[in-house]
Design a protein. Structure first.
Length: 503
């Protein structure tokens, strides 16, 4: 929750006589959010919320758990693990253990938990982490909350749910009842939590539960905290908390009802109780291959998390804004060549590896037919000619390594184009192997991005002309791709996250 659990308050407060006295001795708790989530510029402006007074610097090395909790690696903890494993309630432990990590900063428990869970669910972030790899970490989860809002309120229960949804998870939040109101909901909430923990711990699917609770309610030092549940022991009614603050507390077994009390503890920053969140991967219809009886599709698109789509749209728009207007026919370069060079340069400046994932072949025969018919569309034909010229003599900011040659249709660019690739060759085609698809992707971009590339590809009747060119059963699949890209790469006025939590 917003109160940072592991920073100065967590260690300094531990030196006091009790966790309750430690919380009252501090004027403000560090807040649970990464300093660099929203960029280096903002990180420099905000204070170091994980800082401690000089007298406490480096003072602590881990802490002993309260007697009510059982360390995972202890003799008793191993017995509980073995019994739960034999009972079949440790199934989700293994997917989480693959990605178990220690939070990088004292105030990163929510971000570390979310990165760990998203990677456990095998959600493709569709953004570059480092080098050639796409991966989630604490630094690339920003989406639906601005830096000022985060600086004011930290990472609350609602904001965690919002970040999870924006980054590709199907997140269902269950807020605890207020323990101070005695409205009779505690028993129902406890039973619902127990049932969900039991079901998730037995599931063979990739699904997780994250708890947001008060450490104080468990007798631990610190305040609000996030961590995933890694298993359930039925006989003792205990859950395995995979505590991401491993520098402080090890993974441990805790009584389920104690965790419920921790969730019911009111967050002082929001004046609301905390709770638990059930997470699984969103399944998009665009991810599914054609099934028998379904409409045959020439191309498909992967699921792209909303956060990644907004980031791609912003990066491409910024790269295009940095482009010069370029020369027109007055300097000997036709409009389509100017448009194509601007498009390819902008992709190189944005994230070419990620853009290269956006179109994938679903049916080779259908793709042959679509590209052959598009060969009769003059703008597509001219852009393919410009593409061929741009990638064979790149320079000027175009990295030819990202852009393959034309594969399905070949010059000369006049009349019906012959199919040059065999059926077997097309099965593996995509943007990484088929140059025509980069041209098609440009023409399918939403209006605000095509207009930023060139007026040549921003004509209002473009969609109609393409539909006339492909005709038959292929017009609707192409229009569906255009609509999907429009939602995935929103215009600036539509980039505000619709799931942004209530304050």
């Amino acid at each position: 929750a917003p109160a940072g659990p592991e920073a100065a308050g967590g260690s300094a407060g531990a030196a006091a006589s009790s966790s309750s006295s430690s919380s009252s001795s501090l004027t403000a708790w560090p807040r649970d959010i990464g300093a660099m989530v929203f960029g280096e510029a903002h990180a420099k402006e905000r204070p170091d919320l994980g800082a401690v007074s000089p007298g406490y610097a480096g003072r602590f090395y881990q802490r002993a758990l309260p007697a009510a909790q059982v360390p995972f690696a202890s003799h008793e903890g191993r017995i509980l693990f073995r019994e739960a494993l034999l009972a079949g309630t440790m199934e989700n432990y293994f997917i989480l253990a693959e990605q178990f990590r220690t939070q990088d900063e004292p105030t990163f428990c929510g971000l570390s938990t979310l990165a760990m869970v998203l990677n456990s669910l095998r959600i493709d972030p569709m953004r570059t982490w480092k080098g050639a790899w796409r991966w989630f970490n604490e630094q690339n989860l920003g989406c639906c909350t601005g830096p000022e809002q985060v600086r004011e309120a930290g990472l609350s229960f609602d904001m965690f749910k919002c970040l999870a949804s924006c980054n590709g998870a199907d997140a269902v939040a269950h807020r605890a009842p207020d323990a101070g109101k005695f409205n009779g909901e505690e028993e129902a909430f406890t039973e619902a939590f127990r049932a969900s923990v039991r079901a998730t711990s037995r599931s063979q699917e990739r699904e997780c539960i994250v708890v947001c609770y008060s450490r104080e309610a468990l007798g631990q030092s610190g305040a609000g905290h996030f961590s995933p549940i890694g298993g359930y022991h039925e006989e003792s009614d205990s859950v395995l908390i995979l505590d991401v603050a491993r520098f402080k507390y090890p993974p441990h077994w805790a009584r389920l009802e104690d965790v419920v009390q921790g969730m019911m503890n009111v967050d002082p920053d929001t004046s609301r109780p905390r709770g638990w969140i059930y997470l699984r991967s969103l399944q998009s219809s665009a991810q599914q291959l054609s099934k028998p009886g379904d409409q045959i599709l020439p191309l498909r698109m992967p699921y792209v998390p909303a956060a990644a789509g907004r980031r791609l749209s912003e990066a491409l728009a910024l790269a295009l804004a940095e482009e010069t207007a370029g020369c027109t026919g007055a300097c000997g370069e036709v409009d389509t060549m100017t448009a194509m060079r601007r498009w390819l340069r902008a992709v190189c400046k944005a994230e070419p590896q990620v853009f290269g994932q956006l179109l994938r072949v679903a049916n080779a025969t259908a793709l042959h037919e679509v590209l052959t018919r598009l060969g009769s569309f003059p703008l597509f034909r001219e852009l393919c000619e410009a593409y061929e010229s741009a990638v064979t003599s790149p320079g000027n900011g175009i990295n030819a390594d990202f852009f393959p040659p034309l594969q399905v249709l070949e010059p000369p660019y006049r009349g019906p184009w012959p199919v040059a690739a065999r059926e077997a060759d097309v099965e593996d085609l995509g943007l990484a192997a088929c140059g025509e698809l980069w041209v098609l992707l440009l023409l399918l971009l939403p209006q605000h991005l095509r207009g930023a590339v060139s007026e040549t590809v921003a004509e209002p009747g473009l969609a109609r002309d393409m539909a006339r060119a492909v005709r038959g059963p292929w017009a609707l699949p192409l229009e569906a791709l255009r609509e999907t890209l429009g939602q995935m790469l929103p215009a600036p006025e539509a980039r505000r996250c619709s799931q942004s939590p209530r304050r």
